[in-house]
Design a protein around this ligand. Structure first.
Ligand SMILES: Nc1ncnc2c1ncn2[C@@H]1O[C@H](COP(=O)(O)OP(=O)(O)OP(=O)(O)O)[C@@H](O)[C@H]1O
Ligand SMILES: [Mg+2]
Length: 171
């Protein structure tokens, strides 16, 4: 469940270029629900998602996930609750790392961890099974650096990475 209470976001507050992007936003997304937010370019959609993810903090208002107030939590502290696909496919993946390394990082998202990737035969087989669902042939390119993928292939991989840890909330 996601709940936004009286959320306000102002960029460059008090300056000549002040931009009051979100004014008193209230939203309740019940467990299991799927919603779409539409608006023109620059309307504030990505800003709203950034407030939910913790990339930005609101000037006023609160963000609750599953009844917990996460308004002051930084991105990494919310990471185990939230999976995210970014507007820009270059975000959300590590370009120099391989497909399997990226997926490994996604599995460990939000867990306290060392830097070991924990790749083994069983995990590779599971990655191949999941990648095959995308029907893009990526299951045969586990060791391919992500920077060599097309924009759409990379975005599809990002979706898999965002969901592989079964987050409470998918943005
Ligand atoms: N970090 C920032 N600093 C200052 N202004 C920002 C910042 N991020 C976004 N804005 C401004 O906030 C407004 C909303 O931007 P946002 O990215 O949320 O729009 P959007 O609805 O996602 O648009 P699009 O459909 O083009 O992706 C825009 O005017 C943008 O210039
Ligand atoms: Mg946007």
């Amino acid at each position: 469940m996601l709940r936004l209470n009286n959320l306000h976001k102002i960029f460059n507050y008090g300056k000549v270029n002040e931009n009051y992007v979100l004014k008193d936003i209230n939203l309740l997304v019940p467990q299991g629900d799927f919603i779409t937010i539409i608006g023109s370019n620059g309307a504030g959609k990505s800003t709203l998602l950034n407030l939910v993810a913790g990339t930005f903090f609101p000037e006023a208002g609160t963000v609750e996930i599953n009844g917990q107030d996460v308004t002051d939590w930084p991105v990494h502290k919310r990471a185990h609750l939230i999976g995210r696909v970014f507007q820009n496919p270059l975000q959300g993946t590590a370009a120099e790392m391989t497909i399997e390394e990226n997926l490994s990082l996604a599995v460990k998202r939000g867990q306290s961890r060392g830097l070991r990737l924990g790749l083994n035969k069983k995990r590779r087989a599971e990655f191949q099974r999941l990648l095959a669902l995308l029907e893009l042939g990526l299951e045969n390119r586990l060791e391919c650096p992500v920077k060599l993928l097309s924009g759409g292939q990379r975005q599809a991989l990002t979706l898999l990475m965002a969901t592989i840890g079964h987050p409470q909330l998918l943005l």
